[in-house]
Design a protein around this ligand. Sequence first.
Ligand code: ZN
Length: 377
Amino acid sequence: MKVPALVNPTSELSNNELRRYGRHIVIPQFGAEAQSRLKTAKVLCIGAGGLGSPALIYLAAAGVGTLGVVDFDVVDESNLQRQIIFGQSDIGRSKVEVAQERLLSINPNITVNIYGIKIDVNNVLSIMSEYDIVIDATDNFATRYLINDAAVLLNKPCVWGSVNRFDGQAAIFWSAYGPCYRCIHPKAPDPTTVQNCAEAGVLGNLCALVASMQVNEVVKAITGIGELAVGKLMIYDALSSENSVIAIRKNPACVICGENPKQTGLLENYEEFCGIVSAPEITASELQDKVNSKEDFLLIDVREADEFEQSRIPGSVLIPQGFFLDLSALSQLPKDKEIILHCRSGARSATCLGIIQSKGFTNSRHLRGGILEWEKL
Ligand SMILES: [Zn+2]
């Protein structure tokens, strides 16, 4: 579909920029005008993981003037197989801070805004409204529906991508011109049938391929060159090296972008919409009471060995997150007593808790705010 350019060209390019982006500018359909549109553009990438890492690197290198990066997580060793914006020395650091440094080292001419927070119903509209287009590089259904709904309400294009083992998919959802994510998936899948990337696994290089398909739609939307893949679901099978494209249509009965939308704002709770029960928590002071009263429970630190060496909660045992992700930790867990997991801030322990709860270890909780909260006691 031919769609007018999302962004107007503003300033002239400097001599430095004409040199830097010469391989773009020399392409006849592209030229200095499209490059100037990229310079003016503001792109928000939600998630700095498997898809976000390569997408951000290409957007920065391409000269997109303003990038926003949202991710609340820290770099974990198990990320490095595919999240190529990070390196070994970044383990334990905030993903958005590392991403900002790396992107500015690739291209110091751009601005990188970082949001080290979890995107939610309270912040998504204000953050997204600052940008022209959004990339959904997240890996869970609750956030995917949240981003879709916010994009429809703000009339922004949303470039979605998904990877699972050897299968990759990408699409651009823009309710002004075609379907939204809800048109295709009106109902969230049953959470007990959904495997996340940690459980199912993913081929690392497939992330770069899908992210590159996403960036390709972003560049065309900004510059107006070529045809946008609105109304198309692009599918790549890495095992057979075959591409397929499926036509997807706007659903006139869609609750948010249909002819008579019933949903005119964000939902109150997207986890609930997706049938997800929130991870049971224990506070730092409740944990201290349990320790003081010598209750019988197992406290597991799911951080990495070097973090455990630096500081630990007395009585805790170390089983790093990776052993939960590959399920090898399960054989070490007791069936007859409560299990409490903790990490640095609560993100990794929530992931591990979800895994063990789904495997039948339901007498389990995780420490809200992680060891950072414990150290404030
Ligand atoms: Zn829709």
